[in-house]
Write a protein that binds this ligand. Structure first.
Ligand code: MG
Length: 381
């Protein structure tokens, strides 16, 4: 029996493929639409296995190539940002998994909400830049937003059945990334390959670099602020290097509830797909005897400025989180192409945040304009 129809935006990425793994293992979810960027061959395999009604790729050339590959199948092929919206709003789907990377996730997420689709949110840029618009829109359309990020899923699980008014603090955990404990002198000389080695999680390249700068944790603070309607100064980041506590909440009586488990993204994905139910999952359970201890540290925000900039952006509000995020997206792209050094990621963010004009309560158009101004500014960096 089919329980649910989902569309997966970003189906060939890390979250996308793990979402499809969960679908494959459970056998009672139908895939309505798949959207990918440029990995045409991989998308063809996914189409053959999951038989969606619609598939989207980034470009017209990609769409033409894919059409030939799947000409024996009954699937509509679309492309570009228009195609992505078609995938996000397809009638058949009850839920949209938004696992595209970066700010291109904003508009399709908005359109999906307007079309009354529940959202399994894996694209944190959407809430970071447009949280004030998205959360209101979701409420108006009676749409649920289920977090897929491991920390936000943990917080969501800890809050299940609780009175949100009794929440005092969110304790957002961080692994500290591959450079935890290192100083500025060390960071001056790090190479791309070092930044791509995350100690605990297997993730896409962009988010792995973001973890090494702690920008990822900063984006997560801003995301949590919108998702759980908690002011950013009530969100405390705690470094927990073993990554077994995925986050915690503290209530007004001082009680703390944590969600724990071995790090595997399939757990938060599956929880979002089947909420409020739990399904079995072949993840090795935590062995506390083997684990021995769990340790905690304060994040070093002077060295890993990504987190400090994020708090600054959250405090400023308006379009500043967009400036922070867009500058980081641009800088990480350059870092991945080995055109800038690790520390220049921070320099680019700082430069953009101190240069681009402030806009209060920005509209979607103003958010996208801010993104473009950041890219233009940094092209002359
Ligand atoms: Mg996370």
């Amino acid at each position: 029996m089919i329980m649910k129809n989902i569309s997966v935006l970003g189906s060939t990425g890390s979250i996308g493929t793990q979402t499809l793994q969960v679908v494959r293992d459970n056998k009672d979810i139908q895939v309505a639409a798949l959207a990918a960027g440029t990995r045409i061959d991989e998308l063809e395999k996914q189409i053959r296995e999951f038989k969606p009604q619609l598939a989207c790729v980034a470009t017209k050339e990609g769409a033409d190539e894919l059409k030939l590959l799947v000409s024996d199948m009954n699937v509509k092929i679309v492309y570009g940002s228009k195609g992505l919206i078609e995938a996000a709003t397809l009638d058949l789907a009850d839920m949209v998994v938004t696992a595209v990377v970066g700010m291109m996730g904003i508009v399709p997420t908005i359109e999906a909400i307007k079309a009354h689709k529940d959202i399994a949110l894996a694209n944190k840029e959407t809430l970071v830049t447009a949280g004030h618009i998205i959360m209101k829109l979701a409420k108006e359309n009676h749409v649920c937003i289920y977090p897929v990020d491991s920390e936000h899923s943990a917080i969501f699980q800890c809050l299940h059945g609780e009175n949100k008014k009794e929440l005092d603090k969110i304790l957002l955990t961080a692994s500290g990334g591959p450079f935890r404990g290192k100083d500025i002198e060390f960071l001056k000389h790090v190479q791309l390959k070092d930044a791509l080695k995350h100690p605990n999680w297997t993730m896409g390249k962009k988010i792995t670099v973001d973890s090494s700068t702690m920008v990822n944790k900063g984006l997560e603070v801003i995301e949590a602020q919108w998702l759980f309607d908690v002011p950013f100064d009530k969100i405390q980041v705690i470094v927990q290097p073993q990554s077994v506590i995925h986050s915690m909440v503290q209530f007004v009586d001082g009680s703390v509830i944590a969600q724990m488990g071995n790090p595997d993204m399939r757990l938060p994905i599956q929880y979002a797909l089947y909420y409020p139910n739990r399904r079995t999952l072949d993840i090795k359970p935590l062995d506390f005897y083997e684990l021995g201890q769990i340790t905690f540290e304060k994040p070093n925000m002077e060295t890993f400025k990504g987190l400090a900039y994020a708090y600054k952006a959250a405090r400023a509000g308006g379009n500043v989180p967009t400036i922070f995020n867009a500058a980081n997206e641009y800088a990480v792209r350059y870092f991945l192409d080995e055109k800038i050094t690790f520390l220049q990621i921070y320099d680019m963010i700082e430069y953009a945040m101190s240069t681009i004009p402030f806009i209060d309560n920005p509209s979607i158009e103003q958010i996208l304009e801010t993104e473009q101004s950041v890219y233009e500014l940094l092209s002359n960096f």
